[in-house]
Design a protein around this ligand. Structure first.
Ligand SMILES: C[S@@+](CC[C@H](N)C(=O)[O-])C[C@H]1O[C@@H](n2cnc3c(N)ncnc32)[C@H](O)[C@@H]1O
Length: 269
């Protein structure tokens, strides 16, 4: 069906507001994660009235109501009547992904991506497009250090980064262990190169308990990585050498504002 100029104009008139106010959706979701709104509503177990939610979060109901209206509009929470006068909120599959530390939680990833540190390079995007010959990553231009040195010097950022990576690792490793378990047949020792806080490896050794795992990452990462039976934490530089074992697992994400244009790469060899 042909779209007329008038229809295109009408669509543009509406669509432009998504760009003017596009950040609102993200700001509200980030606010929900920071306040733990999903956690409180999930733990409540039944339709939660605004007044009780406000009490639990120690905030003014009127302010909270404005946030909840937006999240109900985006179907993050459900709103249903409790009685003639009161409405209540309940969880959805989407709101459960905002629970801190939940099984499918993406909460830490949201907090990372919308942290001032990770947003800073995006504010320089037009300058990046215009410049030539600069091989310094946008992250480094904006934050003064490459992401790994920055993480080494900023413990809170490092922890947030590793927790965020763990969110995705939980989902991808489950898909790997369920979808192609045969690739781990005969593997007795496995190194996760750049394994972060060892979320991926702990799930792998749980699924394949005969595997001895080595979580290999930069020294500042492995010294704070949680301890886990049958997983050894080893610090080092993957560009120099990695531990010699049966198989290497490498799961990387191109989210750091480094120079790579490649997408996600997941390799097991
Ligand atoms: C994008 S994260 C991926 C984390 C995890 N593999 C995952 O997918 O959830 C990249 C990881 O590589 C680590 N890393 C970066 N440079 C490294 C190096 N030269 N040697 C070892 N690890 C490195 C980082 O500390 C970080 O934990």
């Amino acid at each position: 069906m042909e779209v007329t100029i008038k229809e295109e104009e009408a669509r543009a008139e509406v669509e432009i507001w998504n760009y003017v106010l596009g950040y609102v959706k993200i700001a509200v979701v980030k606010c929900a994660v920071e306040l733990g709104i999903s956690d409180v509503i999930e733990n409540y177990g039944s339709l939660m009235p605004l007044s009780e939610l406000a009490t639990a979060l120690q905030c003014e109901p009127s302010r909270l109501h404005r946030i909840m209206r937006i999240m109900v509009h985006y179907r993050i929470f459900k709103q249903e009547p409790i009685n003639q006068y009161t409405v209540g909120f309940s969880s959805t599959p989407l709101s459960r992904r905002l629970i801190k530390g939940g099984e499918k939680s993406m909460a830490a990833f949201i907090l990372l991506m919308y942290s001032p540190t990770c947003l800073a390079p995006w504010h320089c995007l037009s300058a990046r497009v215009l410049e030539t010959g600069n091989n310094i990553s946008p992250f480094e231009v904006a934050n003064g250090k490459d992401i790994w040195s920055y993480a080494e010097a900023n413990h809170d950022f490092s922890e947030l980064f590793n927790n965020a990576m763990g969110c995705d690792a939980r989902l991808t490793v489950q898909a790997t262990t369920e979808g192609c378990p045969e690739v781990f047949d005969g593997v007795e020792s496995l190194v996760d190169v750049g394994g972060g806080n060892r979320t991926a490896l702990s799930l792998l050794v749980k699924a394949f308990p005969w595997i001895r795992g080595i979580n290999f990452d930069l020294p500042h990462v492995v010294t704070v990585a949680p301890k886990f039976d049958s997983i050894e934490n080893v610090g080092g530089d993957m560009f120099m050498s990695i531990p010699n074992v049966d198989a290497a697992f490498l799961m990387l994400k191109s989210i750091e504002g480094q120079n790579s244009d490649k997408g996600k790469e997941k390799v097991i060899e």
